[in-house]
Design a binder for this molecule. Structure first.
Ligand code: NAD
Length: 417
């Protein structure tokens, strides 16, 4: 039977309700957390290259600021809609809370197809969005970052526009900026580094020796290629990787650095000498120790979860596992490290970037990586202990840790009377 497609807003509300019930929290906690505290819709004109005026619609959702200013990406995509932006801002609250970052969740979006826009039009869409939301964002209020189809250059344009409005440089407004205007060393690799750190911690708990552990990675992009390299550096055997055009499989393993060089030349990992092609579906069900989904959402579903043979699934991607598949994996004894923990390395180094901007004092890549690993391990332990104590999945445990932290902040601030 096909799985019911839930609206992401309904999914996150369900997750919050489950956590509030398990923790037996005051009813006010769910009432406050079940929707964003603020969601602004903006419509603003942009002069297109042909001289015409086009009005773009964008959003900024701010979920909860009990522990600090809100934080989260801004995406440019034709499919952006308000419930998705709201849900993504809510997930950001819990991702930040799991890591113990002093942030609530935010998310933004502009309905547009950047592939059909010129560089100048993208710059105008970026500057227009930040002008339209300027009253509710800022280094002390809400700090955006890159997300789908936005990048460091777009962050730079937005910081520049906001700095004009503020009449002072405001590098702390955005994270994911180019290094020359206050970006952080280590940001590019942070998501994968955080994911590998917690995957290795999980392997240790489960008695899996990383030396020679067999790893399969779905999606060989920013997160997936770096995760494969770091796993390889730790002594694991990379047996399969893939991208949207095909895969590469060799049960004896291969060097991910060499396959990255091959991909840069050929546009895909498919055809790498000494490997055979593998479909995305077959990669997910390979006999391996650690599976890292690092491509898209909804990859592990009720249709394939029963055939997964990995012992650990480390979710570098956002939402790669459907709720039904999650239950199946748990019943098979497979440990799933949930996205809000496994891919939180990115937002953690974004936090470091903001701290460096506020202090105007910059850290080396080594300092960034050391602090990132410490924070990832501390959070992994908190979630692992909750999973042990409550006899629940790591995903449920992550939500329990996160919701409890936000509830504590709301309680001491007097919001729950
Ligand atoms: P990316 O665009 O750099 O890489 C995505 C890769 O997935 C590409 O290699 C693409 O070819 C591949 N892919 C697409 N469709 C596929 C399919 N059907 N089968 C196999 N591979 C396929 O993106 P990214 O930044 O690496 O992000 C990947 C995932 O990680 C996303 O879910 C993203 O939300 C999540 N994530 C990324 C970051 C980050 O800092 N990059 C942070 C948090 C979460």
């Amino acid at each position: 039977m096909a799985e019911k497609t839930l609206n992401p807003f309904e999914i996150v509300q369900h997750q919050i309700k489950e956590a509030c019930d398990a923790l037996k929290l005051e009813p006010a906690v769910f009432e406050i957390l079940k929707q964003p505290m603020r969601c602004l819709e903006v419509n603003y004109p942009v002069t297109m290259d042909d001289g015409s005026i086009k009005v773009f619609t964008g959003f900024r959702s701010q979920h909860n600021d009990a522990v600090g200013p809100t934080k989260g990406g801004i995406r440019f995509h034709p499919g952006v809609y308000v419930d998705e932006v709201k849900a993504l801002s809510m997930w950001m609250t819990f991702k930040c809370a799991v890591l113990g970052l002093p942030y609530g969740g935010g998310k933004g979006g502009v309905i547009c197809n950047p592939k059909g826009l010129s560089a100048r039009e993208i710059e105008e869409v970026s500057r227009g969005w930040i002008r339209a939301v300027s009253q509710i964002v800022g280094p002390e209020k809400d700090i955006p970052a890159p997300d789908v189809y936005t990048n460091p250059q777009i962050m730079a344009w937005m910081v520049d526009e906001f700095s004009k409005i503020r009449e002072q440089n405001s590098f702390g407004l955005m994270t994911g900026k180019p290094l020359i205007i206050g970006g952080s060393a280590g940001r590019g690799e942070a998501t994968a580094r955080g994911c590998v750190t917690v995957a290795l911690a999980a392997a240790k708990k489960m008695g899996i020796n990383v030396k020679g552990a067999r790893v399969a990675v779905q999606g060989f992009g920013n997160a997936g290629s770096v995760a494969a390299r770091l796993m390889y550096d730790a002594g694991a055997k990379i047996i399969a990787v893939n991208d949207s055009r095909g895969g590469a499989y060799n049960p004896d393993g291969f060097d991910p650095n060499a396959i990255l060089a091959y991909k840069e030349k050929n546009g895909t990992v498919k055809g790498y000498p000494g490997t055979k092609d593998i479909s995305s579906g077959d990669l997910l069900t390979l006999d391996c120790d650690i599976l890292i989904p690092a491509a898209l959402e909804n990859q592990l579903t009720s249709a394939n979860a029963g055939s997964v043979k990995a012992k650990i699934v480390a979710e570098a991607a956002n939402g790669p596992t459907t709720p039904e598949a999650d239950a199946t994996l748990r019943s098979k004894g497979i440990l799933v490290i949930p996205d809000i923990l496994a891919n939180a390395g990115g937002v953690t180094v974004s936090y470091f970037e903001w701290v460096q901007n506020l202090a105007n004092f910059y850290w080396t890549e080594e300092e960034v990586n050391t602090k990132l690993e410490q924070m990832m391990l501390r959070s992994f332990d908190a979630v692992w202990n909750m999973h042990d104590a409550q006899n629940c999945s790591m995903r449920q445990a992550a939500y329990l840790v996160a919701v409890d932290r936000v509830a504590q902040a709301m309680r001491v601030r007097g919001w729950l009377k």
